[in-house]
Design a binder for this molecule. Structure first.
Ligand SMILES: Nc1ncnc2c1ncn2[C@@H]1O[C@H](COP(=O)(O)OP(=O)(O)OP(=O)(O)O)[C@@H](O)[C@H]1O
Length: 502
């Protein structure tokens, strides 16, 4: 009998299907890895198991008996504990209090038993003592710890639950190699004791190091579950993308292949900053250069660094053969750079202002004008909005009167009044509808055909494969692979993103 048996678990959030049909068989004494692309439903399945998300359908058996969980506390009482990806520490409390948060030891009168609290914390801290670093004492406040140390506290807290089923949702993202090895040796000991462990990670090497079984979830559905001896990297990636490599190659061959562009306008060497390391590339006029990989591997940071919004610590940047230093966005704009963010609320629209006021700032900046007749401005702005088929009632209408997709078109039109040499697109279609996306990419291709150089980061792999001439795959702040021509396939993109993940 399996320790845990989930069948056809589903969960919907309005129109979003977080989980369509999640299946999982978890045995005693096994380390069971869940893998799938971003947003495939792994965390949702884990939260259902841990009682923090109530499913909309499906069956759930624990030790052969059907159960219905009402909250995380009920799940913990049944021996299930989840390490949350987003961490769930109480920052104002000490390391010892956090480690013991699920079972605070108390005296008979109800007061916390500090001696027991520290003793139990020290037990878990000692397991990691060779890798925890400075300042990691039971009484130290969690707020002052480094990100890796906070992740270790969350791991210790999960271990201290003493649960029979331990679920770790991306527990190693901030840890270094020695910390991961120490953690893995503890997991192996727990497995020998008969505990069952569910483990989520995007790092393929790590997965093959620790897993007994790998279950793949794609688009909210469990698509395979294989013993580690019966699978390999390629099989896992094929299960994740749901197509054979041959089919992926066909997809790439059908995508428009722009002829090779040779005239470089931007050459970067050794760019390093807070989240990028030694990034080098050249960008040709008329080229759309895609940035791929898992979320948050340095793609957005590179674009923001080129635009002067993040600090460049070292490296050189040559624009048409001349050295440029992107010290701030104003200087970058003067040098011919433009930047469109998918986070239009934070970085794009000027809320409370009219459409005209939202489109005109770059025109004023570049033309060094401060005043203009609205009729003159309209003659400049209307063609830019028209190029994107923007739907609006009048230029004086508030930006908030437009749909999300049309607001994003206004943000892009801002750059078209005085076309830039280089367009930096940072996940520009986030949250906009399909027709707005296709209009946007048609315009992006037209701008490239007219000679503009474009760098595109998209969190949607299909979008990146379809619209980039070449793709640089990012891992942990560096470029791990360049994909072009026949190599520009979904399979290669996933392999480079997951196999090289740090
Ligand atoms: N509370 C929520 N409200 C609305 N949508 C949600 C919610 N939680 C998850 N989703 C959506 O459900 C889908 C699955 O999310 P989930 O977090 O389970 O994926 P995941 O495989 O764990 O992704 P990642 O690898 O990025 O952590 C995503 O599209 C996500 O945006």
């Amino acid at each position: 009998m399996s320790r845990l048996k989930l069948q056809q678990i589903c969960k919907y959030y309005g129109a979003t299907t977080a989980l369509a049909s999640g299946d999982l068989l978890l045995e005693r004494g096994e380390i069971h890895v869940l893998i799938g692309a971003n947003g495939s439903g792994k965390s949702t399945l884990c939260k259902v198991i841990a009682g923090s998300v109530r499913p909309d359908g499906g069956t759930f058996e624990l030790n052969g008996k059907p159960v219905m969980l009402f909250g995380p506390q009920a799940a913990r009482e049944m021996g299930i504990c989840l390490f949350y990806q987003e961490l769930s520490l109480a920052n104002s409390l000490s390391i010892a209090q956090n480690i013991n948060l699920y079972h605070l030891p108390t005296h008979a009168g109800g007061l916390i038993d500090d001696a027991e609290l520290n003793k139990r914390a020290e037990h878990y801290i000692s397991k990691f003592e060779t890798v925890i670093g400075e300042g990691f004492t039971p009484d130290a406040p969690v707020a002052k710890l480094r990100p890796d140390q906070k992740q270790l506290v969350e791991i210790m807290k999960t271990l201290a639950s003493e649960a029979e089923i331990l679920i770790f949702d991306e527990p190693t993202s901030a840890l270094d190699r020695s910390q991961v090895e120490c953690f893995f040796s503890i997991l192996r000991e727990l497995k020998e004791e008969g505990r069952s462990i569910i483990f989520i990670s995007h790092r393929m090497d790590e997965i093959f190091d620790i897993a007994d079984r790998i279950t793949v979830i794609r688009d909210g559905t469990t698509v395979s579950s294989r013993l580690i001896e019966e699978t390999d990297h390629s099989t896992v990636i094929r299960d994740m993308i749901g197509e054979q490599p041959e089919a992926a190659a066909l997809e790439a061959s059908l995508a428009p292949q722009a002829e090779k562009k040779t005239e470089s306008c931007l050459v970067a060497e050794g760019l390093s900053g807070a989240h990028i390391r030694n990034v080098g590339f050249s960008l040709a006029k008329g080229e759309i250069l895609g940035l791929g990989g898992l979320h948050g591997q340095g793609q957005s940071t590179l674009l923001r660094t080129l635009f002067g919004a993040e600090k460049l610590q070292s490296g050189t940047l040559l624009l048409n053969g001349e050295a440029v230093h992107p010290t701030n966005p104003r200087a970058a704009i003067k040098n011919g750079f433009s930047y469109v963010s998918g986070d239009r609320v934070r970085d794009g629209v000027i809320t409370g202002r009219s459409i005209m006021e939202n489109v005109s700032p770059i025109h004023f900046l570049k033309d060094k004008t401060f005043l203009a007749f609205p009729s003159v401005l309209a003659r400049i702005i209307e063609p830019a909005l028209g190029a994107l088929n923007t739907k609006y009632s009048s230029l004086g209408a508030s930006i908030s009167s437009l749909s999300g997709g049309n607001q994003q078109k206004v943000v892009i039109a801002r750059w078209l009044t005085n076309p830039p040499d280089i367009l930096l697109l940072d996940d520009p279609t986030k949250g906009i509808d399909l027709s707005a996306k296709s209009e946007l990419f048609a315009l992006v291709r037209k701008l490239a055909d007219e000679g503009m150089a474009i760098i595109l980061y998209s969190s949607e792999d299909g979008e990146l494969l379809a619209h980039s001439d070449r793709i640089l795959v990012f891992n942990n702040g560096s470029v791990s692979r360049e994909l072009l021509g026949e190599d520009k396939t979904r399979f290669n993109l996933y392999e480079a993103a997951y196999s090289g993940a740090q």
